[in-house]
Structure formats: C-alpha cells, structure tokens
Design a protein around this ligand. Structure first.
Ligand SMILES: C[S@@+](CC[C@H](N)C(=O)[O-])C[C@H]1O[C@@H](n2cnc3c(N)ncnc32)[C@H](O)[C@@H]1O
Length: 268
C-alpha cells in the first residue's frame, strides 16, 4: 500500500531548511570573528573535505551493478544537484537506483535536501530485464552509500504518489513509464508543482533519432512527448548520449532573467 505522508515530508524538508539557515548564520558569524585570509583557507579546506567524501561515494556507486541505461549521464544529475542546491527532488522510476544514488550523494554533499524516489518495484511494462522486484536491492544500495537520510523510497506508481503530492519541487527526473501517455501523465501531474528555475529531466529522449534495433520498441513515447514540449516553446537542452537526456525548463519561453518594470516603477 503506497503511503506518501505529506505532513512528515513537509516537516522534514522545513526542518532541514532551518538547519541550513542556522549553518549559514554560524558560517557568517565565524567569518566575522576569524581574520579573512584564515577564514577563506578554513572554508576551502572544509569544501575540499566535502568534495573528497563525495568523490569517494561516487567511486563506490560506480562499482555497483545497477543494470542501468543511464550510464555516465548519472553524473549530469549529480552536477545539477550540486549546482542547484535543491530542497526537493522527485524521481519517477528508480529500479536499482543509479540515478537515485547519484542524486542522493550530491544532496549529502550539499548538506540539505531530499530525494523522493518513486517506483512500485514490481513488474511494469518498463523494467529492464534484471530489474523487476528491486525494492530490497535499492534499499541495500542506498544503505551501502550512507544516503538513507537524503533518499526517501516511495514504493508506489507515480500516479499513486501524485494523488497526495503537495510539496513544491526543484528537480524532477522522469524515467518511469516510457509510453507516450505515461510520460505525459507524469509531466501533467507534477509540472504545476515546479519552483521557478526548477528543472525537469527526461531520460531516453533520442530513441527516434538514433534507432537501435536491439532496443527498438514501438510503444516508446518519450522522444515524441519531449519534442512536443520543445515545439510548444519550453526550453529543451538535450545531451545526445545514453539514449538522450533532456533538460526542460517548465516555463514556456523560459524563466525571465530580469524583473519586469511595473507601471509605478516604469523605466523612462
Ligand atoms: C528504466 S527504469 C529506471 C532506471 C533508473 N532511473 C536508473 O537510473 O537506473 C524504469 C523504472 O520505472 C518504473 N516504473 C514503470 N512505470 C512506473 C510508474 N507508473 N511510476 C513509477 N515508476 C514506474 C519501473 O518499475 C522501472 O523500475
């Protein structure tokens, strides 16, 4: 039975966000007390230790057999999370957790933020062959990397999770039901919850451009759907590796980069 306890989710996210605020205030206070050159060196040393821990975790993750088509593009998710510093990430389709683990490691390095990883971990039309009952496997992988605090596994379909969803989302990774209707339903269910400057990432977006007879499926609908978003004016950037990974900014025409002048404050 899927459970998405939104109150606890909200509380957890708010608590972590407060912890981040306290850490930032302490860092600012320390900067005022410690002489600047020393403070700069201490902060750089701290950042170096955090990066080293992340590198070690990614090396451990690289050695886990995920049986995943995401390949090195998992590092794209890692880099986005390190850069965006999201509070709330949502992943649809986790399987053994390659994407889950790379996002989780980045959140751990950031020191805040949560990934809600949604997958029923049962037979669907879109399991890779060795990836069917993957719940105990992903739990083990997440535990091996020590990212249980960052990753909340939600054993449900995206539709079941969406029915209870309330949290605003910074990063949404869609890699679940790859049929046209399935991927469209995922976009329709979560797009309106995206924060400004949030990003939606789709996997398997260039199957049509680079057809591979070994992997051909007539019911693959991700390229068609993401191409429709591009034609509607959503900014789409596609990396043409690992079957295509596309970053979509969920605002038609893109998010404005400067405040628009209003009437009382019009530019002359
Ligand atoms: C290609 S795999 C995901 C691979 C994973 N992201 C990775 O990095 O290795 C697709 C997954 O989507 C899941 N799935 C299929 N339909 C789904 C749905 N409606 N909601 C959530 N997950 C779904 C399947 O159970 C499967 O584990």
């Amino acid at each position: 039975m899927p459970t998405v306890d939104t109150e606890r989710q909200t509380f957890g996210v708010v608590a972590r966000s407060r912890a981040a605020t306290v850490t930032a205030a302490l860092t600012a206070a320390a900067k005022r007390i410690v002489p600047t050159p020393l403070a700069v060196k201490l902060l750089a040393a701290r950042d170096g230790m955090v990066a080293l821990r992340g590198d070690l975790l990614r090396a451990r993750a690289a050695a886990i057999p995920f049986y995943s088509g995401l390949g090195d593009s998992a590092n794209l998710l890692y880099g986005l999370v390190r850069s965006m510093k999201p509070q709330v990430c949502v992943e649809i389709g986790s399987a053994r957790g390659r994407s889950t683990c790379f996002i989780g490691i980045a959140l751990k390095e950031n020191g805040h933020g949560t990934l809600f990883a949604i997958d029923p971990h049962t037979t669907t039309s879109w399991n890779d062959e060795p990836n069917v009952d993957t719940y105990s496997i992903i739990r083990r992988n997440v535990a091996r990397l020590g990212i249980e605090k960052q990753v909340k596994l939600i054993r449900a379909t995206s539709q079941q999770a969406a029915a209870h969803w309330q949290l605003p989302i910074d990063l949404l990774f869609i890699d679940g039901d790859h049929a046209y209707e399935g991927v469209k339903r995922d976009w329709d269910s979560f797009q309106h919850l995206m924060n400004p400057f949030g990003l939606v990432v789709f996997h398997d977006t260039i199957w049509d451009l680079r057809p591979d007879p070994n992997w051909f499926r007539a019911d693959m609908g991700v390229p068609r759907f993401v191409e429709e978003l591009r034609e509607q004016g959503y900014p789409v950037i596609t990396v043409d590796h690992d079957c295509g990974v596309s970053l979509v900014q969920p605002t038609i025409g893109g998010q404005a980069l400067r405040a628009r002048p209003n009437r009382s404050n019009a530019w002359s």
